[in-house]
Design a protein around this ligand. Structure first.
Ligand code: EPZ
Length: 427
């Protein structure tokens, strides 16, 4: 089990190119199962969640190969419609295979998905949506067996769930009737999935609005033959959460940096909070420059919400940042039930944080000192790295496999900006 050794106190400066988005490439890799063909996925981040998804696709009969950041997936031969419980337990996004297997084969067997310890993370919205679309969904212990075909018509999500929106978009491909999905999530990754599906020749429209319409391909399951073969090439949208994490590291260390391959429109709510804290931000096309003020100010109250609100995936990083901000800050986590997982470790480093229900109240600025701490999940782990970079002295972060799930070579990227961070075998 590797760990990070960090020497804090060095301002991060320089330039960084943002990579492809984890939360876009995972549903897109699942969607490739719905379209028999050779799919060249460019700007694919080399992260553990992608490698797990690759294993799942291989277990279904797809073949895969990497050439640097290009992952080629051949889904011409899908012969298995069961995703093992071991695979499912390793990553929540495996739940996307329900929709794409139903679209391709008319059946899917999955298990309750795993994921970060950030909340219950049920899949009731996925299941209820599939049933409303006309699919048969049965539970046998933790095994979930789905079959049948979409009958078209209207489906309304009770909550704009990102994963449920994506799963139902794929499942709706199994019918030539039009399916209208209402109260959809608005995240940019949904639009990227739609772009990939249209690239496959599927009739999908409306991503980015609350209503998405899908009409399955001619000869879809209802026609008995299944979707026609098509080879595609696609470029994954940039990772707005990776960008926000690195920008928070620049602010946490009093630095200044230029980020390439990132459009401000994908992260307006995050940039607004950073500016409230005193950051100087300039944007041009797909470049963002950010400079830290002499002293960060409290952003006041920040509430996480579905896009375009402040993203829950940036909440742990902001919690760390607020320890260095002058004044009292309040962060209210409205999306997941228990996403203040790294508060205890931050307190060991000197932070002054009170958790009251959904609210974290942070008294700043409190200087942090280096400690040995452990990551408990992906974004909380990244937030501990930010704390180590800004703390006085040395910090060791254990269990960094959580971080490897969603950040490619996080230590190398931070070193490129001048950070003193080294990956070592666990002591
Ligand atoms: C996606 O997870 C992201 N993961 C998450 O990123 C992100 O935090 C989340 O969307 C919200 O933006 C990927 O895209 C792979 P949801 P997802 O369904 O789809 C509840 C990261 O760090 N809910 O929008 O699981 C759920 O419990 C990860 O990169 C139900 O109750 O999120 C949560 O409280 C973490 N029933 C809320 O809705 C359901 O059937 C939002 O979940 C589904 C969800």
């Amino acid at each position: 089990m590797d760990c990070y050794h960090i020497e804090g106190g060095v301002p991060l400066c320089g330039e960084y190119r943002v990579k492809g988005a984890k939360n876009s490439v995972l549903p897109i890799l699942a969607a490739a199962v719905a379209c028999p063909g050779i799919h060249e996925i460019n700007d694919c981040p080399l992260i553990d969640d992608v490698f797990v998804m690759e294993e799942i696709l291989n277990s279904l009969g797809a073949s895969t190969s990497f050439d640097r950041h290009c992952l080629t997936v051949d889904t011409g031969n899908i012969e298995n419609t069961v995703v093992s419980s071991l695979m499912m337990s390793r990553m929540r996004s495996s739940v996307f295979l329900m929709g794409s297997l139903l679209a391709r084969c008319g059946e899917a067997t999955v298990h309750r998905p795993g994921g970060c310890r950030i909340g219950r993370r049920p899949i009731d919205i996925h299941i209820e949506g599939l049933r409303q679309m006309g699919f048969k969904v049965e539970f046998f212990d933790d095994e979930i067996r789905c079959s049948g075909r979409c009958r078209g018509g209207r489906v309304r999500l009770p909550y704009p769930s990102v994963g449920a929106t994506e799963n139902l978009m794929m499942a709706a491909l199994s019918s030539q009737e039009e399916t209208v999905i209402e109260n959809c999530a608005l995240e940019p990754e949904i639009a990227d999935l739609q772009g990939f599906m249209r690239n496959c020749g599927f009739d999908v429209a409306g991503a980015g609005t609350g209503t998405i319409t899908v009409r399955g391909p001619a000869g879809s399951i209802t026609g008995g033959k299944g979707p026609a073969r098509r080879d595609t090439m696609y470029f994954i949208v940039e990772d707005r959460i990776e960008a926000a994490t690195y920008m928070a590291a620049v602010l946490a260390t009093g630095g200044r940096a230029v980020f390439r391959n990132i459009r401000a429109g994908l992260m307006e709510s995050v940039l607004q909070v950073f500016e409230r804290m005193g950051a100087k931000i300039r944007t041009f096309a797909d470049i963002i420059e950010i400079a830290s003020p002499a002293e960060l100010q409290s952003p006041g109250i920040v509430v996480t919400a579905p896009f375009p609100g402040f993203p829950t995936d940036c909440q742990p990083q902001l919690l760390t940042l607020c320890t260095a901000a002058r004044g009292l800050s309040t962060i209210r986590e409205e999306v997941f039930e228990s996403r203040f997982t790294h508060k205890k470790e931050l307190a060991k480093m000197g932070a002054n944080i009170e958790i009251c229900g959904k609210n974290a109240i942070i008294r700043g600025s409190t200087p942090l000192h280096g400690e040995t701490v452990s990551a408990a999940d992906l974004r909380g782990g990244a937030a501990l790295v930010l704390a180590g970079l800004s703390a006085e002295g040395k910090t060791i972060i254990r269990d960094i496999h959580h971080i490897d799930r969603g950040y490619e070579n996080f230590d190398k990227g931070l070193t490129q900006l001048g950070g003193v961070i080294e990956r070592r075998k666990s002591d």
